[in-house]
Design a protein around this ligand. Structure first.
Ligand code: AMP
Length: 283
């Protein structure tokens, strides 16, 4: 397995594979790899001739007061996991090369970035789209793998890829959970044992909302209220950014439920901001 730091080296590696008509699968990550990353990586290794995992904690996607400095980092163990899973190259670029001081270009994906997390993290998705576009330009993957856990991020990247004709096959994979339902996340390391237990109620709240819809409730506001209150009741210290029902493609909050939608929540517990969602199709 190759560890590649320089953009020019990464480009050369990919060019060499493409010249010989090999396919390349990319898994973009911020490191601190866990079993959900492992799931994406395994799929990329299986579906492509060559696989690349990028590890880059992108400073520009963290807002002021967010956890950029304290975000968990463990390159040594990340490399060992990638090696074990049969990854061909890890791209771990230098921040100064990835983000130029005098940069003037960024990618803003319209309306869908103004709802859900976009409302609470201004500029976040612009930074995400821009860094993923850079990764696509450098690695030139045939396929790129993303988790449904970050539903809005996935939609933003799909839309960017479609609008800008990037031609990458975006492969979404389902959310991997702990036994109590808590979505696996690098940020779960911020939680104590008791908080981890309580955090399982976020998923239970979303399931409750799903059940209401399945049983015939069509008032989106009513379901959203129930999801919100269930979280508040079971995690009294939680600070809820949002909890409710959103359009599955356009991501705006839905008042009247039709066939497909997403139930999602963002909850702050201690230092962790946890996000989760369940895509629902009633058809
Ligand atoms: P991150 O390192 O947190 O930026 O995540 C890298 C990729 O892993 C993203 O596509 C995430 O959506 C995905 N991912 C993180 N946690 C999960 C999870 N619990 N289930 C599925 N995918 C996940």
């Amino acid at each position: 397995m190759k560890l590649i730091k320089k953009i020019s080296d990464m480009r050369q590696w990919s060019k060499d594979k493409a010249l010989r008509s090999y396919s390349i699968g990319l898994v973009p990550t911020m490191g601190a790899l866990h079993k959900a990353h492992g799931m994406l990586i395994e799929k990329a290794v299986k579906e492509n001739d060559f696989s690349v995992v990028s590890i880059f904690v992108n400073p520009s996607q963290f807002g002021p007061g967010e956890d950029y400095e304290s975000y968990p980092r463990d390159l040594k163990s990340d490399l060992s996991l990638c090696r074990d899973l049969g990854v061909d190259a890890v791209f771990n670029p230098y921040p100064k090369e990835m983000i130029l001081k005098d940069e003037l270009t960024s990618i803003r994906v319209g309306e869908i970035t103004s709802y859900m997390c976009g409302e609470f993290r201004p500029g976040h998705f612009e930074a995400v789209a821009t860094v993923v576009a850079k990764l696509f330009n450098i690695v030139c993957p045939d396929r790129a793998y993303f988790g449904l856990k970050d539903y809005q991020q996935l939609r933003v990247i799909e839309k960017m890829n479609e609008d800008l004709k990037m031609g990458v096959d975006i492969v979404p994979l389902p959310t991997l959970r702990e036994e109590n339902g808590l979505a696996v996340s690098s940020r779960n390391s911020y939680l104590g044992e008791r908080e981890r237990k309580e955090a399982g109620f976020i998923y239970k709240a979303l399931l409750r909302g799903k059940r209401m819809a399945e049983e015939g409730e069509r008032d989106g506001s009513k379901i959203s209220r129930e999801v919100w209150e269930y979280i508040k009741k079971n995690i009294p210290k939680a600070e809820i950014d949002y909890a409710g029902i959103f359009h599955s493609g356009k991501l705006y909050p839905i008042k009247e439920i039709k066939d497909s939608f997403v139930i999602a929540a963002a909850v702050k517990m201690n230092r962790a901001r946890l996000i989760d969602n369940i895509p629902v199709n009633l058809k």
